[in-house]
Structure formats: C-alpha cells, structure tokens
Design a protein around this ligand. Structure first.
Ligand SMILES: [Zn+2]
Length: 209
C-alpha cells in the first residue's frame, strides 16, 4: 500500500489516498476536490471506496460531489450520519467495529468515540488513520455537544494497544509537515494525553482540550 497525503483547506485537513495495484481508497476527502481528482487522474488510480473518520464538516466539505462523480457511497459510523449533513443515499453507514476488504486489503474499522459519537480509526497493514481522535502530541477536542471525554480516554487506551510500530496518520497536519512519521509507540512515550489516558483518569480529564 502506498499512502498519499493532501493537506487541504485552512484548517489543514488531511485527505489520504491509499493505493494498492491502481485502486484507491480515499479517507476524508474534503475542501479542494479538484486537487483530489488531479492526483487520482495523474496516477491513473481508480477510486473504489471513501471512508469518513467522523461527521465534522471540515473532513467532508464538498465530498458529496466526489461521491457522485465516482458513483461511490462513503462509509461512516451510523452515529455521525446526521452530523455529516451528507444526503443518506450517498452514505454507507455501519455500526461499531467492522472488518472488510477494500482495494484488495483487509481494512479494520475501529469505533473510537469521544471527539464525536461516531468517530472511527481505520487500521490497514501497519498504518492507522486516526481522524480527530489522535494527533501527534495531542488528541481531538472533547468540548463539542457530540463529544464525551470518558469515551475519548477509552479510545486512546484502545489505540495504545495497537502494535507500537503502527504508523499514525491523523486528520489534521497541525504544526508539522505532512508526514510527522509518528507511531503509536512514539505517542505512548511522548503524547501527554495518551500517557495520562493509560495512567491517570482524573489528570487526563483536567488536561483535555
Ligand atoms: Zn472533528
């Protein structure tokens, strides 16, 4: 699998294009669809699936156009369908954890609520796409109506259980270049939220963004 990162929009959202044998999986297509089309066309990739890590607008702005263009339905956890504002016939909702094959690879959908009720992480080979659940050195905001700090803690603990060498691809390129190169193991060592999530519930909740 080859992973391409596009940093799009003023909030530095990361759209990921995962490629295997000319087939593409697009994660969080947002903002500049023309850039995404261009990368797909220049590399002669056939888009086969779209997955949304959660329903916040900055991760799916304009995505309806892409879904229509390629005649695809976007996977989204059912709790975030309404939040997404995307018309239901363009979505493929699922509930909780879920495994399937996409672009010829086993893909594991991990339900990791906290930032939103339907937030997910997507594990493929040695990569995990974490949306707004985990960033290099931070975790996602939990002060939205749809957030839940206690669930965020559980979700971070769950991510900490992945193999330490798992590469982390988060939903925004906050303060760094497109590939921070971070891993689950590095986050367990260096990310204060991850560290406290696994060790000290009270301190974790006090620290949450
Ligand atoms: Zn978000």
């Amino acid at each position: 699998m080859k992973i391409r990162t596009l940093i799009l929009g003023e909030m530095l959202n990361c759209t990921y294009i995962a490629e295997n044998n000319g087939r593409a999986l697009i994660i969080d297509p947002s903002w500049q669809m023309d850039n995404i089309y261009c990368v797909l066309e220049e590399n002669k990739l056939t888009p086969q699936a779209v997955i949304f890590t959660h329903g916040h607008f900055d991760h799916l702005q304009g995505a309806a156009q892409l879904l229509k263009k390629y005649n695809l339905k976007g996977y989204i956890e059912e709790n975030d369908v309404l939040l997404s504002g995307i018309q239901p016939d363009l979505l493929q909702p699922f509930k909780g954890d879920f495994k399937t094959n996409i672009i010829g690879l086993p893909v594991e959908f991990m339900h990791t609520p906290g930032h939103t009720k339907g937030s997910i992480c997507i594990k493929i080979e040695d990569a995990v796409f974490t949306g707004d659940t985990l960033f290099a050195g931070a975790c996602g905001r939990t002060d939205f109506e749809e957030s839940d700090p206690a669930q965020m803690q559980k979700s971070l603990i769950r991510l900490a259980g992945l193999p330490p060498e798992t590469k982390v691809y988060s939903g925004h390129a906050y303060g760094q270049d497109e590939n921070s190169g971070t891993t689950i193991g590095c986050e367990i060592k260096n990310n204060p939220f991850m560290k406290l999530a696994v060790s000290d519930t009270k301190a974790f909740e006090d620290m949450l963004p």
